[in-house]
Design a protein around this ligand. Structure first.
Ligand code: CP
Length: 305
């Protein structure tokens, strides 16, 4: 592949290849092995139109550990604030001959649009509520390292599914690798037609978490909601917040995930987020390894790669 725009479009073998490559990258990402030089002499631009802590910093670390020159474009102080469009911004950066642009944007389809306009490889770091492919890859890697497999696991993805690009990418990826995926949340936060993606839909945590191996919580994305549709924190936590009582509906060895950033006391209680079942910190660590794998795979298809 020349770009990574989504999990949609990757086949099972391509996904497994990236996970295996990421497994090899773990030692490098922990800096216990010598850096690889797959991106030596290459330039990577991080172009984030939405805020990020984990994704942007891990792409920066991943690029640097592969020997790339990494430039973090500061959108907040750029000419975007003077009205320059996504495409004009991208074309301006393209004229400086980067090898890879990593882009996050509030509009679904932004990464695809960019990929049609620029000469370099494009990686989707999140486009609206559409896809966040590297998050799904790092989630799959974390699950595989802890459960030894993905096939036949019951994965419950819970909360604000409507606004979640993480949910969508995970549903596609985990289903492709043979997991049984369900979504759990209030009906007001379920996208219409979500069952067409092959998931079971639940509106009760008690039913949705029954026999779950993995409980993946999602952030309540208030910034994408308006007016009467914003649930009250207390009510939301009561029905859908993951605490020890609700986690007990899942299998005794169920593992808890959250892509971050977390709203503690809204979708997840601190006792669970920081508890023995939590994989949340490991997810962040795997983020660097997965992004190294993606960049390394793309580097092979760069001109003179
Ligand atoms: N999970 C995730 O995308 O986190 P950031 O918004 O901090 O990058």
């Amino acid at each position: 592949q020349r770009h990574l725009l989504g999990i949609e479009g990757l086949n099972r073998l391509e996904i497994l290849h990236l996970l295996d490559l990421a497994e090899e990258a773990v030692a490098v990402s922990r800096q216990v092995q010598k850096h690889k030089a797959a991106l030596a002499g290459r330039t990577l631009i991080n172009l984030f139109f939405e805020n990020s802590t984990r994704t942007q910093s891990s792409f920066e670390l991943a690029g640097k550990r592969l020997g790339a020159d990494v430039m973090n474009m500061s959108v907040a102080t750029s000419s975007v604030k003077k009205g320059e469009t996504l495409i004009d911004t991208a074309m301006t950066l393209n004229a400086m001959h980067p090898d890879i642009i990593v882009v996050r944007h509030a509009q679904a389809g932004a990464a695809h649009l960019l990929a049609r306009k620029v000469d370099c490889a494009v990686v989707n770091a999140g486009d609206g509520a559409h896809e966040h492919p590297t998050q799904a890859l790092l989630d799959a890697l974390t699950i595989r390292r802890n459960k030894g497999r993905i096939e036949n696991l019951n994965v419950a993805i819970c909360g604000d599914v409507l606004h979640s690009r993480v949910a969508r990418s995970n549903i596609i990826l985990l289903s492709a690798l043979g997991a049984r995926v369900r979504v759990v949340g209030p009906s007001t936060l379920m996208p219409t037609g979500i069952a067409n993606l092959g998931v079971e839909v639940f509106t009760s945590m008690r039913e949705g978490l029954k026999d779950a191996d993995i409980v993946m919580m999602l952030r309540l994305q208030r910034e994408r909601m308006s007016g009467a549709f914003i649930p009250s924190t207390r009510e939301y936590f009561h029905f859908f917040g993951l605490d020890e009582e609700k986690l007990a509906y899942a299998k005794p060895d169920a593992l808890v995930m959250h892509p971050g950033p977390m709203n503690r006391g809204v979708e997840i209680d601190s006792s669970v987020a920081d508890g023995d079942h939590s994989l949340i910190r490991e997810q962040v660590e795997m983020g660097v390894a997965v992004r190294m794998a993606v960049l390394e795979a793309l580097a092979r298809n760069l001109p003179n790669g």
